[in-house]
Ligand binder design. Structure first.
Ligand code: F0G
Length: 463
């Protein structure tokens, strides 16, 4: 057996643990009370009351000793800190874009970039937009359109690149609305589409279509290293290339990108915008000063920029990426063994559940995704998140954009923070959930505000 096979089979990580954080498991009675007091929302539960937190893979990574050491090299100057220049160099090297603008996280980059590009009435097509992305597009008066195909909802088949946009839908939208489209947004490891990647072929096709109408392309690159690792694994012609080369090729088809560094860059806070066009960069910097801060810190402590510079390089390490993607796949296998159906093949950030495989007796109205969260918490103090996710789907038959829903139930895995045994615990909790799921009568919404409703919602069980 080769070394690589040995590592794959055992899921031995490419690091050792130097610092630990103690965690508790509240008793079943406590969990019942906590759930009730939290109105059955994962966003109202304290981290202290959670044993394994799979709410998000964002900002939850364990930083390395190198990153922690780098934080001590913070040069906290308001202007021209040396940390900024090291951060700029790392972003330039990895993305190939000249102009680098730090932001405090991904949605801040969305605010600054979209505010510089979107006019009221504009249309922003993309593979599928994440919720903060949709909200920021709408906030600037724009309308997001999701160009995903029917395959998003087809769990009977495996799509290696479920995150792709449908070129036929893009062509249709470009023909119809091209003068209202300031840019196309492509999200790597498409969070909505079960964290499945977008293929290089799809990126190239998008580029060709966009060029016909002279429309720029930007990437939401928060999980782009995982995306490009999956291209290496799954797309013909890329097996022999390094992930760094694949990242550079993919971004060469775009005009810029933004990144929430809280994902693939392995930090707890931070983000950036990287652009080819100097004039656009200048406009963004003017907005940046208003919302984030001076362009050499962008809403962050300078020490955070140093940690990002290192995290970007560590996040591209292929032994790490190999382990990471295997860990996600392993959790998928365990959930399947417990009797649930997961969306396959698994991709980057975590495992997505076909929630009706657990609650076939519940309808969309009875909120099976809330049931899944509540049961995982009740049975083992595991926190996951589920919400009906809006998709503005282009119906090619009628030619109209129709609002659809995707039942988003995600077991997101924090990076470098959990072991194989943690995954096995989650699998065992899923077994408990499966035994009792038929008793769950579903939930109803008690409170749901208009913007980013699922963050603030309250629910109650249907009795
Ligand atoms: N784009 C995508 C695809 C995201 O998944 C996120 C955040 C953002 C942008 C915004 O970045 O949080 O740094 O402001 N996703 C987190 C998640 C919250 O749980 O998936 P942010």
């Amino acid at each position: 057996m080769s070394d690589l096979e040995l590592l794959r089979r055992t899921l031995a990580p490419p690091f050792r643990i130097k610092v630990v954080e103690a965690v508790k498991i509240p008793s079943r009675e406590e969990r019942e009370r906590i759930l009730k007091e939290a109105h059955y929302s994962p966003f109202r539960i304290r981290s202290e009351d959670v044993y394994i937190d799979l709410l998000t893979d964002s900002g939850t990574a364990a930083m390395s000793d190198e990153q922690w050491a780098a934080m001590m090299r913070g040069d906290e100057a308001y202007v021209g800190s040396k940390n900024y220049y090291r951060f700029e160099e790392a972003v330039r090297e990895i993305t190939g874009f000249e102009h680098v603008i730090p932001t405090h996280q991904g949605r801040a980059a969305e605010n600054v970039l979209f505010g510089s590009l979107i006019k009221p009435g504009d249309i922003i097509p993309g593979n599928t937009h994440f919720d903060t992305t949709r909200a920021h597009i709408a906030d600037k008066g724009g309308k997001p359109i999701d160009l995903i195909g029917e395959w998003l909802w087809d769990f009977d088949h495996e799509y290696p690149f479920r995150g792709n946009l449908d070129p036929a839908r893009l062509e249709y939208v470009l023909r119809k609305y091209h003068d209202k489209i300031p840019f196309i947004l492509l999200t790597g490891v498409n969070n909505v589409a079960a964290s499945s990647p977008i293929s290089m072929e799809n990126i190239r096709e998008t580029r060709e279509l966009a060029e016909r109408y002279d429309i720029p392309i930007f990437f939401d690159a928060c999980r782009f290293f995982e995306n490009c690792y999956l291209i290496k694994m799954r797309e013909p012609g890329y097996g022999g290339k390094s992930v760094a080369e694949i990242v550079r090729e993919a971004l060469s088809y775009a005009d810029g990108c933004y990144m929430s560094c809280k994902k693939d860059a392995l930090v707890n806070i931070g983000g950036f915008i990287a652009l080819r066009d100097e004039k656009l960069a200048e406009r963004c910097k003017e907005r940046l000063v208003l919302y984030e801060g001076f362009p050499t810190y962008g809403g962050l402590a300078r020490r955070d920029l140093e940690a990002i510079a290192i995290g970007l390089r560590e996040g591209l390490d292929e032994r790490y990426l190999e382990w990471r993607v295997r860990q996600v796949a392993y959790l998928g296998e365990l959930l399947e063994r417990a009797g649930a159906r997961v969306i396959k093949p698994t991709g980057g950030s975590g495992v997505f559940l076909d929630v009706y495989s657990v609650y076939p007796h519940l309808s969309e109205k009875e909120l099976p995704e809330v049931a899944a969260f509540a049961d995982m918490y009740l049975e083992g103090a595991v926190r996951i998140v589920g919400a009906p996710f809006p998709v503005d789907f282009v119906n090619l038959d009628g030619g109209e954009v129709e609002r659809r829903t995707f039942e988003f139930v995600r077991f997101a895995i924090p990076r470098r923070a959990l072991t194989k045994a943690h995954m096995e615990y989650v699998g065992a909790v899923m077994e408990r959930v499966m035994e009792r799921a038929h008793l769950n009568k579903g939930f109803r919404i008690v409170y749901w505000p208009e913007i980013l409703g699922h963050f603030f919602a309250r629910y109650e069980p249907i009795s």
